[in-house]
Design a protein around this ligand. Structure first.
Ligand SMILES: Cc1ncc(COP(=O)(O)O)c(C=O)c1O
Length: 376
């Protein structure tokens, strides 16, 4: 008798049937998070250009666009190409231009509006040499001290003027990222970072305008700043990304409640050591990432475990103590076969570990959405 090898295994219909480790998207929560940020942008009268590096998922990008996003932000050209092919035609590559990749920018700019970001004369030289007419934003350091020009430096004015006067390029305005909000120790200090970002950007925009330059865009933001700010004076655009899902880091900061976090990792206990007071689950660093979480947290943990997912209640004593590549060590011995639902420290990095989101409404699985993490 021949055995059929072509039948696929049946599709699980509930989360408790999923092979693990699995990344589950709580669609109700994601929809609420998307609608709430879109509503903030509308109230503030600014464009919303979500950073899609958080999800790399075309279906989620469409939900954001349907809720009113005016375009998208990407961190790689691969993300830009994937979303351009899916019909997104207004894309900001919010990363200092990589000189060796300018020919790819030229090719993509023939298909969509591709905004580029610079903070150096070398990058402007490279773009001018390409002969293409890109809209270009000047990256400004609003206090994060990663990339960007010092807003009070002569270089800020010099580069903005150079872009404005360039025959090849179009000066589209200013862009900053308040990533230092993640180093804050309270909601009050996050609000201060958000206010300072607006001040720094508003002042520079006014200085440039006083100097005769046209500054169409003032693009700011991070999820903590956009979620906690009361207003964004001077900004024309916000670019939060993480807000679609949130994560443990945002919950510790008070940016969201655990019951609002829209992604979780479902894992199974595969080995247990009551003598050591621990067990091993099948979600290691390649499922959760090695993000250590915020220093502000009550205890160091590589991820928390839900006691009750629906209410967002976290276990007081069960958490991810450490990670190796495929092993996650939990802080208590549970029987082999026990399933847990883990709140990740950093959803952007966790999602980038998986090929797909298992989409759920409550406990019911309704779809599978690809995470487009290809890199050429
Ligand atoms: C340039 C830039 N803009 C926007 C964002 C979105 O910030 P968040 O992830 O806090 O939403 C990021 C995130 O790293 C970023 O690097």
């Amino acid at each position: 008798m021949t055995r059929s090898s072509s039948l696929p295994p049946p599709e699980p219909s509930r989360i408790d049937q999923l092979p693990t480790p699995a990344l589950v998207l709580d669609l109700d929560r994601a929809e609420r998070n998307i609608a709430a940020m879109a509503e903030r942008a509308r109230r503030w009268g600014v464009n919303l250009r979500p950073h899609i590096k958080t999800h790399k998922c075309v279906e989620l990008g469409r939900l954001q666009r349907d809720a009113g996003a005016s375009g998208i932000t990407v961190s790689t050209l691969d993300e830009a190409r994937v979303f351009a092919a899916a019909g997104f035609d207004d894309i900001t590559w919010a990363f200092p231009v990589i000189l060796s990749r300018i020919p790819e920018c030229v090719a993509l700019a023939e298909l969509v509006t591709l905004r580029l970001v610079v903070d150096s004369d070398e990058a402007v030289d490279g773009l001018e040499r390409s002969g293409a007419r890109f809209p270009v934003l000047l990256k400004v350091d609003c206090g994060y001290h990663r990339a960007g020009v010092d807003p009070r430096s002569p270089a800020a004015l010099g580069l903005a003027r150079r872009l404005s006067e360039s025959r090849e390029l179009g000066f589209d305005g200013l862009l900053s990222h308040s990533g230092h909000a993640y180093a804050c120790d309270s909601v009050t200090s996050i609000r201060r970072v958000a206010a300072e970002e607006c001040e720094v950007m508003g002042e520079l925009a006014e200085r440039l305008r006083a100097d005769g330059l046209v500054v169409p865009t003032v693009s700011i933001g991070s999820t903590p700043a956009c979620r906690l700010a009361e207003a964004v004076p001077g900004a024309t655009e916000i670019r939060p990304g993480n807000y679609v899902f949130f994560d443990r880091t945002q919950a510790v900061f008070g940016v969201c409640a655990p019951s609002e976090v829209a992604v979780s990792v479902v894992a199974t206990v595969v080995s247990s050591r009551p003598d050591l007071g621990q067990c091993v689950v099948d979600a290691g660093a390649l499922a959760l990432s090695k993000d250590p979480g915020p220093p502000l947290a009550e205890r160091p943990s590589m991820g928390e475990v839900f006691d009750d997912y629906a209410s967002g209640a976290l276990s007081p004593d069960l958490y991810v103590r450490s990670l190796s590549q495929e092993h996650g060590i939990l802080s208590r011995a549970l029987p082999v076969g026990t399933r847990v639902r883990i709140l990740p420290n950093h959803s952007c990095l966790t999602v980038a570990c998986f090929d797909e989101l298992r989409v759920a409404r409550g406990e019911r699985l309704i779809d599978r959405w690809s995470i487009r993490r290809e890199r050429d």
